[in-house]
Design a protein around this ligand. Sequence first.
Ligand code: HEM
Length: 394
Amino acid sequence: MPRHPDVPAYAPDIYSTQAVLDPYPHYAKLRELGPVVWLPKHKVYALPRYAECKAVLLNDKTFTSGEGVALNSLTNRFSRGTTLNSDGEDHTGRRALVAHRLTPRALRTMKEAVECQAAEIVDAALARRDVDGVDIAEALPTAVVPDLVGWPQEQRKNLLSWGAATFDVLGPLNARAAAATFRGLGVMRFARGVVRRRSILPGSMGDDLLRAADEGKIARSECPALMIDYLVPSLDTTLSAIASALHLFATHPGQWQLLKNDPGLIPNAINEIVRYESPLRAFSRKVAEDTVLAGTALPAGSRVLVLYASANRDALEWENPDTFDIRRDASRQLGFGRGTHGCAGQGLARLEVQAILQALVARVEKIVPTGEPEWGLNNIIRRLHRLPLELVPA
Ligand code: HEM
């Protein structure tokens, strides 16, 4: 798809190892270039600013997901049949199948159990005192979500690696995505087997899907993709937010004191964490009909890249966007997306992050960095890979 001659172009690869590890200077240059910027390497119109990202997310008729949200056609073909990759009635129907599991009322029934698990995780970490914050971050999502989805006990050790791979293949078809393809197919093969053997945990979300198939509401062949749809986006994303929270409070002790003095700030702190270190870098949309965005003509068939992480640092929208401040109103951040595809699991993610922060606030005086953090390499997820910390008990 050739670019329009008036659209500025940005040649560096924003999915290179360097850019994945240090993305913010690239986002700043993109925002400076304009509201719509052509990325020649990926043949996509990038949207680095807040207003255009929000407008596109709210207009799912023109900017569609049904032909995939990845930056490569292979994944877009393979991931058909998921909630994420569907439009209109197909999308509404798929989302409704399991959405009742994630409503505020349904989540209230899980709240106590999640808070108990979070308290145990923080107590165990405090007993060690010197910890890798990533271990704390992994513990809660991997304890909560597989049971909710109904994933059998076997192969749970693979879920994190499968989850990361499934995100990697949603980027461009670079070496990272190619290396992840085999693992990505592994999760699909396993999910098919789970559906075939009906080894799903009774009373779970996966069980609901199989019942819907029994009743003829969906085809049985749709069940594996739909199970993955809810499992995969729920681990790495939440893990990323919890690890970033630990990192941010360790490196901003004043903000930690503010939170300790007023735990009522936790819900807003979660928005600020997701704004400041958005777990999901970007997804794309296909342009369904010729349209104009911020004065730029976008032809039908082209793709736009919604850069959630850049929108959340846009100075046209946020005062001092590169400052982490849990007192700012961060509720309009786009880290959970927006509109019809807005994150279906954000209530659960918020519940998990809230439970961990509550447990930390009650038990930990200071979070002290004890070594250099390491960021992981993934095309879509920004998450810490290693986070050495000391937890000083209150
Ligand atoms: C901090 C944690 C999380 C973040 C930052 C996050 C972020 C996002 C974003 C940005 C989208 C929008 C995708 C789009 O625009 O196309 C999304 C969609 C989605 N998320 Fe999350 N997510 C998180 C946690 C979860 C959890 C815990 C679950 C499941 C229990 C989940 C399930 C989903 C699903 C199913 C969709 C697709 C919704 C649709 O297409 O209608 N997410 N998420």
